[in-house]
Design a binder for this molecule. Structure first.
Ligand code: THU
Length: 133
């Protein structure tokens, strides 16, 4: 599969993951799919909670699933929300992604899968990492 097809497949996986979102409070569903360096995909959705700050974003769900199964190297993540606007990761998710893959690429998609490709380093310039400690 060439790189463009991989991006489209990753976004498709994010769109499918969005269907599983648990978002009764915001009614804003988000799906994410992260591609590991070995080419495997892990998906996630946002999971809200009646205690609002307990909720977790789709990106962190996907990356947590991957890390908890032994994956730590990521190439790309696709994110899509339930609006016509292309969904960019929130600030906490940018930092969460930076920990594992400061060089990664983020595919920011709209509800239909059209996306912009943005480097995490552009979304989070001068991020805080292990070398900052
Ligand atoms: N959300 C995500 O899942 N990812 C983002 O990067 C943006 C926000 C979720 C959190 C919350 O459940 C809903 O979208 C509205 O903010």
């Amino acid at each position: 599969m060439d790189n463009e097809n991989k991006k489209a497949a990753l976004m498709k996986a994010a769109i499918e993951a969005k269907e599983l979102a648990y978002a009764p409070y915001s009614r804003f569903s988000v799906g994410a799919a992260v591609m590991c360096d070995d080419g495997t995909f892990y998906t996630g959705c946002n999971i809200e909670n009646a205690s609002y700050p307990c909720g977790i974003c789709a990106e962190r769900t996907a990356v947590s699933k991957a890390v908890s199964e032994g994956k730590r190297k990521f190439r790309m993540i696709a994110v899509t929300g339930s609006s016509a606007e292309k969904c960019t990761p929130c600030g906490i998710c940018r930092q969460f992604l930076y920990e594992f893959a400061p060089e990664m690429v983020v595919l920011c998609g709209d509800k239909d899968g059209a996306f912009d490709e943005i480097a995490l380093s552009e979304l989070l310039p001068r991020g805080f990492g292990a070398s900052s400690l």
